[in-house]
Design a protein around this ligand. Structure first.
Ligand SMILES: [Fe+2]
Ligand SMILES: [Fe+2]
Length: 470
């Protein structure tokens, strides 16, 4: 079952031909998806050949092939990891029972909500990034943008397959609505906050793929533990694709930093902007914005929903097998509550703190990216060091929302915040400067003034490779 059947209208490894009703429903959704792509996907690049990878199997080695393809011809399909007949529910009240192949009736609504929430982020990010092709810093980056875009489209397919297959009529309605909501539209927005934020320059794109796609990684890790086996198998394969998105973010920001360091060495004491590079302080502000916004995506710190999702075996912890107590009935989580603006330590029943448990893993993973970026500064002999903002900084969801904290998590009054916020988050002037640097650089092997070349090409291609044929 690992090999994908590409002779079908919808490539898949789920034996779609054996279920004619499902096949028809998905084939009816397909033109609507393509229409959405034409309207809301990358603008103006749909007739160009792009060097893209396409999944050909779900095996960990050799799962993809590379070749030039027009994006609307990309073979979006449905790929699940193979089924393990012995798989059990790995956590919660049903721990040890055989994993479910059908949706448990009593959990149907929760499960649908989890799937729809994940699904909604996939087209949202494509919409957020749709204009970026016009000012790409290189063909290499342009190609990476489009790779991320087509794979987010495929993730939507993955989730829509689950909705169509297991949720009947309301699943099909949800699949339609996924094509109706629009990122940033005040009347009909995407479900989660970060996915409505504008992402109009490449520094934002790299921060987005670093921090927001990484939220995706941890949501997928938690759903890959699900007792609902088709969801777990879907998410496992999505994680394989997702890794590249975070690579684009981490190395993208890294290359911006590297270029700035080079300019700083060549022109000591000067503002890097004067030489077409981005000051490290401004990069830090973008990091602080996207990291804090993405930290909100885990939801409230103490949450009965998260307890329900865990208890029912629908959404687990990332790396559940690292834990010994899979029921999490006895443990507590030492939580720093915010009461009247003051931090108060409280023990919360572990199940109610599952959002925070997942956020902890996310923060740890983000820290590794910061270490990677600081090594670039260190190697260049530049003193500046990047940092992750404290998780309390600039939050809109959870107990810290509505209060003010600095980058170290110290409480501030409103007046101090207003005085300092321009040092911590991008100002209008910063954004305008960044925008002014966003001029396209489409010559093979060349890069815009504000970013260094990557260490190596995609699929070991040479530097002058024509990733996108314009
Ligand atoms: Fe995705
Ligand atoms: Fe992604």
């Amino acid at each position: 079952m690992a090999t994908i059947d590409y002779t079908q209208k919808i490539p898949n490894n789920v034996d779609l031909t054996s279920d004619k009703r499902l096949q028809r429903a998905l084939e009816a959704w397909q033109p609507n998806y393509l229409e959405w792509w034409a309207q809301m996907g990358p603008t103006d690049f749909n007739t160009q050949d792009v060097y893209l990878r396409t999944a050909v199997s779900v095996d960990s080695d050799g799962w993809a092939v590379f070749g030039h393809v027009r994006m609307p011809d990309y073979r979006w399909g449905i790929f699940l990891e193979p089924r393990d007949e012995k798989r059990i529910v790995g956590f919660g009240d049903h721990f040890g029972e055989p994993a479910w192949q059908q949706v448990p009736g009593e959990y149907r609504n929760w499960l649908r909500r989890l799937i729809v929430t994940q699904a909604d982020t996939e087209p949202a990010s494509v919409e957020q990034q749709r204009l970026l092709g016009h000012n790409a810093p290189s063909l290499y980056d342009l190609r990476n943008l489009f790779q991320v875009n087509v794979e987010e489209g495929r993730h939507l397919w993955a989730m829509v397959y689950l909705l169509h297959t297991y949720f009947g009529k309301d699943g099909r309605e949800e699949a339609e609505e996924l094509l109706q909501r629009r990122s940033g539209n005040p009347d009909h927005p995407r479900i989660l906050g970060t996915f409505n934020e504008p992402c109009e320059d490449w520094l934002s794109f790299f921060c987005f793929t670093m921090f927001t796609d990484r939220d995706g990684k941890f949501q997928l890790l938690a759903l890959a533990e699900s007792g609902f086996d088709p969801l777990a198998r879907t998410c496992r394969f999505m994680l394989t694709e997702e890794a590249h998105h975070m690579f684009v973010g981490q190395t993208g920001v890294g290359r911006v930093i590297q270029k700035t360091c080079e300019v700083m060495k060549a022109h000591p004491g000067k503002n890097p902007f004067e030489y077409g590079a981005i000051p490290l302080e401004v990069i830090q502000k973008y990091i602080s914005f996207w990291a804090s916004s993405s930290t909100d995506l885990y939801g409230a710190e103490v949450s009965s929903n998260s307890a329900n999702f865990f208890r029912s075996g629908l959404k687990g912890r990332a790396y559940e097998d690292r834990y010994t107590d899979h029921k999490a009935l006895e443990g507590v989580y030492a939580f720093e509550n915010c009461v009247d603006g003051r931090i108060v330590k409280e023990d919360v029943p572990l199940r109610n703190a599952m959002n925070e448990v997942l956020r902890d893993e996310y923060v740890k993973d983000n820290e590794k990216g910061i270490v990677y970026w600081n090594k670039i500064c260190e190697k260049a002999g530049v003193e500046f060091r990047f940092r992750l903002p404290h998780r309390r900084f600039n939050r809109r969801i959870g107990v810290y929302a509505g209060h003010r904290f600095d980058l170290d998590g110290n409480a501030l009054d409103e007046a101090t915040w207003n005085q300092r916020v321009g040092d911590w988050l991008p100002t209008e002037a910063d954004r305008a400067k960044i925008k002014s640097l966003m001029v396209p650089c489409y010559k093979p092997g060349q890069f815009a003034s504000w970013i260094a070349a990557p260490a190596k090409g995609v699929n070991d291609q040479p530097a002058e490779f024509e990733y996108v044929k314009l």
